[in-house]
Design a binder for this molecule. Structure first.
Ligand code: ELD
Length: 555
């Protein structure tokens, strides 16, 4: 760890060069060949990108903004809606109808909800209103037993939701309908939430743009030419667009946090093992269960903690979520960027600046001292993630190859042939999935000891640093919502989120207002294992200080 103060100027990469720990022992530990490899990959990406820019269709005239939200019911949190419904200030039918109307208004523009269950939801809402009418125990009893009673919910399509498709964007899984609910979905339903439908994701949940050949591409509500992120991009987009208030996502490399960031909402990747990952496709294998996390996504910070408590079931007790958090007593740290990764884009200036504003605000308002740090291991984040993802499970069984999940009813997919088919417009897979399958072909089966050591060292340093009262700020992604398809040329940028999956740390993604172009800004807030209540409390604080989610349709 390097404690030198970091002073970023206009150019974040330039500023990093002035930090004394840039040339550390770890750079030297990379072989010339590895550095050459990284250089080649980056050069190749740039050439392909230049060609793409040359031949890609000109910016479409489809870019559009969403209409502003006019119904005040859409401007309150899920917990407030639940209270209003319990107190009979509004009926669940009215709330559910308001959300259906908004989805119908915005979904043609963003393609986020891929299958709805509106009439079933309205029937369930009517039953809720009847139950409330007949309840004699009072509001407290209902709040205790059914904290989300009557509140609409959306669910990432990769999760089983009874009666809904569960294809994970695979054409070969068209027609797979869930007969049961995934455990976290079931827990939310048992708490009274009413699912409105399922939302789009990337093919096999392994990309940060939500596009597949089954449902098509999902768009960002702040600018439909931009990506909503992935893999829970449908959730991010419909929540950001005001068509949902609470949702369910999953994250093995940033799939809750990237869509939350790009769509200006909140998302929480819990400590692993707290919320069940069962009932989602594809299932975990190898060590993936240790990195995959199911968690809440929502527009209002106050919904995060109750949702997590519900989704965790009995495991919630491990998180002491009811303990009061005094932010003044926490130790805050800020790492402005990864320290010049060879593969990852530099952090955009506006993101560096907003993170600095957070630091200044915390110091001025709470009287805390935020220490700026750098960790040399972070520039290997992608390689660390990739190495750890390939490890076998405790019984020595390696993870299921990605290409096996692409198989069509047992019919093997040959990545190179699939690439040819793709170029001829005949593949049922996305370029991202084919690219991942191709990458898998050239990956070494032996884990690189250098990256294993980097992970161990980073884990030790962060565990010691964060303890039970430390909170770390780190950029959510190096770029503000990129244009569609651009992630194909910056495939390693997800490393900013992915690193915390393999470290097993809880992270809350917090929105921080809009960029000059009107796109969401944000930051990741990280704590030690099982200390989820700290970033959740910080999220509430940052929402008050920076305004939280904004209506993308507001002028
Ligand atoms: C077409 C270019 C493909 C090149 C592939 C380069 C390798 C990149 C490796 C992995 C990308 C994974 C992105 C993970 C996104 C989030 C996953 C998640 N469910 O949390």
């Amino acid at each position: 760890m390097c404690r030198s103060p970091v002073h970023a100027g206009n150019d974040s990469r330039g500023s990093w060069i002035s930090v004394s720990c840039q040339f550390d022992q770890f750079d030297m530990a990379l072989t010339r060949f590895e550095r050459f490899q990284a250089w080649i990959i980056r050069a190749l990406m740039r050439v392909i990108f230049a060609l793409y820019q040359l031949f890609a269709p000109r910016p479409s005239d489809r870019s559009s903004k969403l209409p502003p939200i006019t119904n005040p019911l859409l401007m309150v949190s899920g917990m407030q809606l639940a209270q209003k419904i319990r107190l009979k200030e509004v009926t669940s039918v009215e709330v559910v109808q308001a959300y259906i109307d908004r989805i119908q208004e915005v979904n043609p523009l963003i393609n986020a909800v891929v299958k709805e269950r509106f009439s079933a939801a309205l029937q369930e809402a009517a039953q809720v209103d009847k139950l409330i009418d007949e309840e004699e125990g009072g509001e407290d009893v209902l709040e205790d037993r059914l904290p989300l009673l009557g509140v609409p919910l959306t669910v990432k399509e990769a999760f089983a939701l009874q009666g809904m498709p569960n294809s994970c964007g695979l054409v070969s899984r068209r027609g797979v309908i869930s007969s049961v609910d995934a455990p976290p979905v079931s827990l939310l339903k048992r708490a009274g939430a009413i699912p409105l439908g399922v939302t789009n994701c990337s093919e096999l949940c392994m990309w940060f743009e939500s596009n597949n050949r089954l449902y098509g591409i999902t768009r960002n509500p702040y600018n439909t030419d931009r990506i909503p992120g992935g893999s829970s991009g449908g959730e991010g987009s419909i929540l950001g667009g005001g068509g949902s208030v609470i949702g369910v996502g999953s994250d093995i490399g940033g799939s809750i946090r990237m869509p939350a960031f790009f769509n200006g909402i909140f998302g929480h990747k819990p400590t692993p093992g707290i919320v069940s990952n069962d009932g989602q496709y594809p299932p975990s294998s190898g060590m993936h269960e240790d990195y995959l996390c199911t968690g809440p996504m929502c527009r209002y910070a106050e919904d995060l903690l109750p949702m997590l408590r519900i989704m965790a079931g009995p495991n919630a007790a491990k998180l002491s979520l009811s303990s009061e958090v005094d932010l003044r007593k926490l130790r805050f740290f800020s790492v402005p960027h990864d320290g010049s990764s060879l593969l990852v884009s530099p952090v955009e200036t506006e993101l560096i600046q907003i993170q600095r504003k957070v630091v200044e605000h915390l110091e001025a308002d709470l009287g805390v001292k935020v220490q700026e740090l750098s960790f040399p291991q972070l520039k290997h984040s992608y390689q660390i993630w990739d190495t750890l993802m390939a490890l076998p499970d405790k019984d020595g069984k390696p993870p299921t190859p990605f290409v096996d999940f692409m198989a069509d009813h047992g019919k093997k997919v040959w990545p190179l042939w699939e690439l040819v088919k793709w170029m001829l417009g005949m593949s049922s897979h996305t370029m991202a999935a084919i690219g991942l399958a191709l990458t898998e072909m050239v990956q070494s089966s032996k884990p690189n000891p250098f990256y294993l050591k980097q992970k161990e060292d980073l884990q030790k340093e962060l565990d010691e640093l964060l303890g039970t009262d430390g909170v770390l700020l780190y950029p959510s992604h190096p770029q503000i919502a990129p244009k569609h398809h651009h992630p194909l040329f910056t495939p390693f940028n997800f490393a900013y989120t992915g690193i915390f999956n393999v470290l097993g740390l809880p992270v809350t993604q917090c929105p921080l207002g809009l960029s000059q172009e009107g796109l969401p800004l944000g930051v990741q807030v990280i704590s030690g294992k099982l200390q989820d209540r700290l970033p959740l409390a910080t999220a509430l604080y940052l929402e008050r200080a920076f305004g939280g989610w904004r209506d993308p349709g507001s002028p």
